[in-house]
Design a protein around this ligand. Structure first.
Ligand code: BGC
Length: 707
């Protein structure tokens, strides 16, 4: 690649750092593209020097753009095609927050593998996934794209997704490079308002917020996208501490960095750059390789290099990283790598992929409450009410290649299984049902209430201040009760919600947005074909006023030891307990699991020792099922305050009825360590508290000492 670099003109090099939409290559530049061209101060020569493309519809389009571009390219350097393949390409899997609710990173790896296989046939080379932003605020719309509140869970899921996409060899026709985003701390937007400022200490950043990206980088992801927000007052896109000190020096990352959409130009609105020229200077200096969507680099880097403002070496390093990725993907040998209209038509939504989507969806739902009404007996007659009674929009945000019209509704699935609902009709509140409707509803033994948020109420730019059920939906539960029926709530939503008004329901099944095969999975769960096994990856607060509420908070000087009888001068609210309504790690099963006989291999260990922690897990039935054994640690005395209790490892296991499994975890020094503000990993001797169990409200506890 170095030889190629030497042959490139300054203009050609800078072009490699520009990312444009395919529109510029598909549209008639003079007529349709005149507006955007003017706005971005581009011309045809600049457009045809672009190094990469953002978003592509299908193989035919990709091949057309690549060929047209290469015809004009002096050195025949192929375009790199990047896109947002977030939770599936055309076969849509559960949204990332739901995926994390599986507590099974192998499941995430499987989704990423299928997604890559499909996306690669359309000629996509790199996906802007995983999103590893840690989030403790459910008002933020993008928590739907995250793996939730735990640094450990975020790290494990981000790494698994990277492995699934890249598959160990980028040259394979079904591999796609991964680009982790949004580096860094985007999930900490103040007030949960998207694009808002972020103020994080380096301590929180290093010990919690960076962990997801760190693990993605460790897993070998080839790209890192910067975040819209600032860190320490400096927008991430031009933040040298993040892009050079952390990413390159501390983590040894040698892949490419890319801005978020327009985020280099937005440094002007942030008030740190005066104009696009200064933004360009700051970007390259800080370590930003590719500029997405805006045109600061293409219009201004040349003047900075020529005037000696910027060393050529910085430009060369950035360009080399782009060329190296192209080479590693095999694009110089085969610029259309993977793109094949015929293969695309037989690969996307392949029955095996849809089967995977079905199985994965069933693993991601979380049974929040159940008075024993679930699972249903197929002989019981059901009615389906609520705004999503006939829902097919189950894909969720960021699934722009997927279609809704191919998703069956729950009523269709039940009908196909010979258990057709006696009534299924959409309504925003009970008043919308006529007397005739109510007569029909009365014929049902059980009422399913399809409640929650519309599909576009979470995701980018979709934050909320009120995270209760929208509109008058809460009226459905008392309405059904007044008819003398049991109400089962099927919740769809992209964030933790405040559910106080519907706690009265007989059962609440959290179904998030489960993707292409959501309805099949929900039917399986309702009738016990699948035993629910999801666990919350994020706490559900009792009210917005409790936010942020998360499992691994630091201690205070005035702890609240007894929520029912708190003292006066302890940390508390006057009007609500401190604990969330549904805690991180919560999720019910149709089986009664018991965890007992906790044993530790030693009560004292040294730094090089491994501590074996074992428990028996018994499934008392009535169904076989999966459960998640969670292990938490507390480090009560350290050089800095440490979380009272933090998830450090977990395992999802399958247990047959009446079976007892001995589950063993091996903890080493890494599990006991934490990051200081400068990023170093340290561990302090002393006592550690330990908890193990399958539910946060039923944990066995013990302790040990690190000498
Ligand atoms: C989002 C990114 C996304 C990019 C490209 C931005 O608005 O913040 O997550 O990857 O657009 O589509």
């Amino acid at each position: 690649m170095k030889t190629l670099l030497e042959q490139m003109t300054l203009h050609e090099k800078i072009g490699q750092l520009m990312q444009l939409s395919p529109f510029f290559f598909l549209a008639d530049l003079e007529k349709e593209a005149a507006g955007p061209i003017r706005e971005l101060h581009l011309d045809e020569e600049k457009i045809y020097s672009a190094g990469s493309i953002l978003g592509i519809g299908n193989a035919a389009e990709m091949i057309a753009v690549q060929s047209k571009y290469l015809e004009r390219s002096r050195l025949k350097i192929p375009l790199l095609f990047m896109a947002d393949v977030i939770h599936g390409y055309k076969t849509i899997f559960p949204v990332p927050l739901a995926l994390a609710a599986s507590w099974n990173p192998d499941t995430a790896r499987r989704c990423a593998r299928v997604s890559a296989t499909e996306a690669a046939t359309s000629g996509i080379h790199m996906t802007f996934s995983p999103m590893a932003d840690l989030v403790r605020d459910p008002r933020w719309g993008r928590c739907v794209e995250s793996f939730g509140e735990s640094p450990l869970l975020s790290g494990r899921f981000a790494a698994a997704m990277v492995e699934g996409y890249q598959n160990g060899d980028l040259k394979r026709s079904d591999s796609v490079a991964a680009c982790v985003k949004h580096f860094a701390g985007y999930g900490a937007a103040e007030g949960g308002r998207d694009y808002n400022t972020v103020d994080l200490s380096r301590q929180s950043l290093q010990s919690a917020y960076l962990e997801g990206y760190r693990q993605a980088v460790k897993a070998g992801c080839r790209g890192v996208m910067t975040a819209f927000n600032p860190i320490e007052g400096i927008p991430c896109t031009v933040n040298r501490y993040l892009l050079r000190d952390v990413l390159r020096t501390q983590w040894g990352f040698d892949g490419l960095t890319i801005s978020d959409y327009d985020s280099l130009a937005e440094t002007i609105a942030h008030g740190v750059a005066e104009d696009p020229s200064q933004a360009a200077l700051m970007g390259l200096e800080a370590g930003l390789d590719i500029e997405m969507a805006s045109s600061c680099y293409i219009n201004h880097l040349e003047e900075h290099i020529r005037s000696g403002n910027l060393p050529l070496k910085l430009l060369d390093e950035a360009v080399l990283r782009v060329l190296t990725l192209k080479q590693d993907l095999g694009l110089f040998d085969n610029p259309n790598k993977g793109a094949d209209a015929l293969r695309e038509s037989t690969t996307v939504q392949h029955p095996d992929h849809l089967r995977a989507a079905h199985e994965v969806a069933a693993e991601c739902a979380v049974l929040l409450t159940n008075d024993g009404t679930l699972p249903l007996n197929p002989a019981v007659s059901v009615a389906i009410l609520g705004p999503y009674a006939l829902a097919v929009k189950t894909n969720g945000p960021w699934s722009w290649h997927g279609y809704h019209d191919e998703n069956p509704s729950l009523a269709e699935v039940l009908t196909a299984r010979g258990i057709s609902p006696v009534f299924a009709k959409i309504a925003g509140c009970p008043e919308e049902y006529s007397d005739h409707d109510i007569d029909r509803i009365r014929k049902a033994d059980v009422v399913l209430l399809a409640l929650g948020e519309p599909e576009n109420w979470s995701g980018e730019a979709h934050s909320r201040t009120d995270i209760g059920l929208p509109g008058r939906q809460a009226e459905f539960v008392p309405f059904v009760r007044s008819l003398g029926k049991k109400a089962i709530v099927l919740l769809q939503n992209g964030r933790p919600l405040v559910l106080e008004e519907i706690l009265d329901a007989s059962a609440i099944l959290e179904t998030w947005f489960l993707g292409s095969r959501a309805s099949e999975a929900i039917a399986d769960l309702l009738y016990g074909v699948t035993n629910p096994s999801g666990r919350l990856p994020m706490s559900f607060p009792r009210s917005v006023g409790q936010i942020p509420v998360y499992h691994d908070a630091l201690p205070t000087g005035r702890p609240n030891h007894n929520e029912n009888h708190p003292g006066e001068y302890v940390t508390k609210y006057l009007d609500a307990p401190n604990s969330p309504r549904f805690a991180f790690g919560h999720g019910l099963s149709y089986s009664r699991f018991e965890v007992r006989n906790l044993s530790l291999s030693a009560s004292k260990i040294r730094k090089d020792d491994v501590l074996a922690v074992e428990v028996d897990v018994i499934n008392h039935g009535p169904l076989a099922g999966d459960t998640v054994i969670q292990l938490y640690l507390g480090d009560p005395v350290a050089r800095i305050s440490r979380p009272v209790r933090q998830l450090v490892t977990f395992r999802k296991i399958h247990v047959a009825v009446n079976e007892t499994l001995r589950v063993r975890f091996e903890l080493d020094i890494h599990d006991l360590s934490y990051r200081l503000a400068d990023g170093t990993l340290v561990c302090d001797p002393g006592r550690f508290n330990l908890w193990v169990g399958d539910s946060p409200d039923r944990l066995l506890s013990s302790a040990f000492v690190l000498e």
